[in-house]
Design a protein around this ligand. Structure first.
Ligand code: SF4
Length: 351
């Protein structure tokens, strides 16, 4: 591990609240064999200026439904912290389009969360980077598919590659940890390798979520076992590359959906993660912990798997994700999902 990452982890662990939550999570995993909420993804707006051909939340935007307020986020932050969460990732849509982004960052940072934002980079100038840093933001990840403007912008929209390259400099100058988020696309490993090499050379982190056949990618080819092996190879060769199933409190690779992670939309729906478009309740109607317990009763999430369920588990994808294509909007409430029935999931339906 390089020195910058080492000190960054030391700084995070030096916070007694964070250290307590991590120790508790590991004790519950390794001794009690129980799951503990570790990270929350907040899909804080679905407004966006980019045109990503693989946008996983293309069917989430609704008109006429109010978004969560900073007061709602305070409640989520308090409840999540009591349940053990240590990190929050704010994504979208495009989170920089939210007027209250700094306020939301402040809410979570003041409760000792490590706060990250995933952005397309448009409009992230020096002033915004400084104001986010002052609010308590820890890191920024930029969606980027290629270093070639032509190739990237064909996938994400005009001007996006240049916007990211400029914003990386601005964010580093503001003292933020910076990384790239590249969709690992079956059949296009060379793009991920190119960006992982670039990150290695420039001291940037890189996250490699695998493309799932959801949202704008509905109907796309499923990832295969060969794609999984390719991804493992990229991870092995690039120590700065990460996937969210690469770490767990159980100290082994494990898909965290509904086990250590949840995603919450700006309308309050709670999902196992941002690629599993099934809602298990709404934070406006019930306490987060009640919904969290329900998520954990879904048989697909209680099963152990060492890789991304939404991308690499063919049975899961065919049974639970492909049927979502027949709905005009996502997420789909679990009681409306054609493959989730009370006779198969008695615990889930009784909760
Ligand atoms: S299915 Fe699991 S590994 Fe894949 S994105 Fe969701 S939480 Fe992450």
């Amino acid at each position: 591990m390089d020195l910058e990452r080492y000190w960054s982890r030391v700084r995070i662990l030096a916070n007694p609240w964070v250290l307590y939550r991590i120790t508790r999570g590991m004790f519950r995993a390794l001794v009690l064999r129980k799951n503990t909420l570790r990270v929350m993804y907040l899909m804080a707006t679905f407004a966006c200026q980019a045109r990503c051909t693989m946008c996983s939340v293309a069917k989430f935007r609704r008109s006429g439904t109010d978004s969560l307020t900073p007061a709602d986020y305070e409640s989520i932050a308090d409840q999540g912290a009591r349940m053990g969460a240590i990190a929050v990732t704010i994504l979208g849509g495009e989170p920089l389009l939210m007027d209250e982004l700094e306020e939301v960052v402040r809410v979570f940072a003041s409760r000792h969360y490590f706060v990250s934002v995933v952005t397309n980079g448009f409009g992230l100038d020096e002033r915004r980077a400084r104001s986010l840093k002052e609010a308590g933001l820890g890191s920024v990840h930029f969606g980027l598919e290629s270093l070639s403007e032509e190739e990237n912008d064909a996938l994400r929209g005009p001007g996006q590659c240049r916007a990211v390259k400029e914003a990386i400099v601005v964010c580093r100058d503001a003292g933020l940890r910076v990384g790239i988020c590249t969709v690992f696309t079956p059949g296009a490993t060379e793009r991920a390798v190119e960006l992982a090499d670039y990150c290695k050379e420039h001291g940037l982190m890189i996250n490699l979520p695998t493309r799932a056949a959801v949202g704008a990618a509905e109907g796309a080819e499923h990832a295969t076992a060969d794609d999984y092996e390719e991804l493992l190879r990229v991870l092995k060769e690039h120590p700065r590359a990460a996937v969210d199933w690469g770490f767990s409190y159980f100290l082994r690779p494990r898909c965290p959906a509904g086990k250590e992670k949840i995603a919450i939309t700006c309308y309050g729906d709670v999902l196992g993660c941002s690629l599993n478009h099934i809602s298990f309740g709404n934070v406006r109607d019930e306490p987060l912990e009640t919904i969290w317990k329900r998520v954990g009763k879904f048989s697909a999430f209680s099963r152990q798997t060492d890789r991304c369920l939404a991308a690499f588990d063919d049975e899961h994808v065919r049974r639970y994700l492909d049927p979502i294509a027949q709905f005009d909007e996502s997420p789909v409430h679990y009681t409306d999902h054609p493959a989730i029935a009370p006779e198969d999931e008695p615990d889930l339906f009784q909760s």
